[in-house]
Design a protein around this ligand. Structure first.
Ligand code: URA
Length: 210
């Protein structure tokens, strides 16, 4: 596995993930755990954002201190489960914009089909973070990255909560330049393309549509 795959080993994230995996965890708790996990993942994934020193006045003295560069940051949750992972991310980077990308899988061709996309005008100048909790086969993530690359963002990073080895391999084959941040890499996919042991359908568990 290349250095582009980061498994975030934070104990709070690990704990949240374990609670989310439990069959008995219901949507209200699942949502809180998911959004907390998202904040921790974004915290790690933004580690490389550039800062510049600016002159400031504290109540005590004049000093030089690091500040995030003005380069825009854009979060791209993939609908619908990406919304659950992104929910608290704006608390980490409040000035980020949010672009929404809706994809569904065509039942005949199994290709990812776009049904919604709304992005800010400065998307092409932005550091872009694509957010989807479950990196399973990797097909929709790969399609999302392919689409977003056409808009030439400054940087592209993929954030998920859980990954299957199959999805990581596909993204690394098709988008070796895109770093992946994940909370864990599970064992495998089952015959229905669910991650094993996983946590089930993330969208259903977030929104009570089981
Ligand atoms: N999507 C999910 O929500 N769960 C999986 O296990 C795989 C894809």
């Amino acid at each position: 596995m290349s250095g582009m795959v980061h498994v975030v080993a934070h104990p709070v994230l690990k704990h949240n993930l374990t609670q989310m995996r439990r069959r008995e965890t219901l949507p209200p708790e699942f949502r809180v755990l998911m959004s907390g996990a998202g904040a921790l993942l974004l915290y790690e994934a933004t580690r490389e954002l550039p800062t510049t020193d600016v002159r400031i006045e504290t109540p005590v003295a004049s000093t030089s201190a690091p500040s995030l560069e003005r380069t825009p940051v854009c979060l791209v949750p993939i609908l619908r489960a990406g919304l659950g992972l992104a929910a608290q991310m704006l608390d980490i980077v409040p000035r980020a914009t949010v672009a929404h990308l809706g994809l569904y899988r065509d039942p005949k061709t199994l290709e990812a089909v776009e049904y919604f996309f709304k992005a800010p005008a400065n998307f092409g100048e932005s550091h872009v973070f694509v957010i989807d909790p479950m990196l399973a086969t990797g097909h929709s993530a790969a399609a999302a990255l392919k689409k977003l690359k056409r808009l030439s963002p400054r940087t592209l990073t993929f954030i998920c909560l859980l990954a299957a080895p199959e999805g990581v391999a596909l993204l690394q084959a098709q988008h070796p330049d895109v770093p992946i941040y994940t909370g864990a890499i599970d064992d495998r996919l089952n015959d229905h393309a669910y991650i094993v042991p996983g946590l089930g359908d993330a969208g259903d568990r977030l929104y009570g549509t089981l």
